[in-house]
Design a binder for this molecule. Sequence first.
Ligand SMILES: C[S@@+](CC[C@H](N)C(=O)[O-])C[C@H]1O[C@@H](n2cnc3c(N)ncnc32)[C@H](O)[C@@H]1O
Length: 236
Amino acid sequence: MKSWGEDLWEAKVNAHGDAGVIFGTGHRLSSVHRQTRTEMERVDRLLLKRIPAGSSILDAGVGPMARFSIELARRGYLPIGLDISTTTLQRAKAATARAGIAVDFVHGDLVALDLGRTVDGIFCMETIFHVPAHLALEVFQGFHRHLRAGGFALIKFAILERQTVYFSLCQALYLAAFAILRPVLRFVGRESFRTTVVRYSTDELMDIFERTGFELVERDGDMFLLAARRKVVSTK
Ligand SMILES: C[S@@+](CC[C@H](N)C(=O)[O-])C[C@H]1O[C@@H](n2cnc3c(N)ncnc32)[C@H](O)[C@@H]1O
């Protein structure tokens, strides 16, 4: 049986291309490249200063450009790029080949993570908030099973308290435009996709971490650096 979301992400990458998958329809590659640079500053400071080059890092939801795996490999790490979409993985492989970078790729679902090995680090950007909220505990249990003792996980969330009025207004306009345009696009033979963004409050996140055996080491806005603390105490 296919994983939840697999068909959607497969269709999305075919219809919208790299920037459309990463940021949403209508975005340009130039803004993706700009964001990669600024986010890597945070990744360097939060995660990479704590784990030595040569360590294995799972890039969970690697995406069609494998942009963070490429940056990790350039810094001497051993990325494992996981994605639910086979087309995305093909594009990611082509991107790493163009960059002359070696990355291990795995087809898999964050909700039923099974790499058959542990890793020194876990890295998840622009992806966790697309997983439905009721599956979040499974994702974090999987992360906990795969992170070796002493390793770190860096996860970027969509945070409820950080949603501004301006963003809410833009979102409302976008949803209205989507509702109107979707039937029109369908009529002219074009499909449009909108993926969920699950926003968590900080309290909800702390509860997920507690239940799945993680502790918060450091936070920078929407990025949380976690360490595997101990065995899972509760999965409810
Ligand atoms: C918004 S893109 C971000 C890609 C990449 N992290 C980046 O920032 O460039 C989300 C990616 O996660 C993948 N994805 C979504 N749900 C997934 C799941 N349950 N398991 C594995 N990958 C998933 C999608 O196929 C897509 O490539």
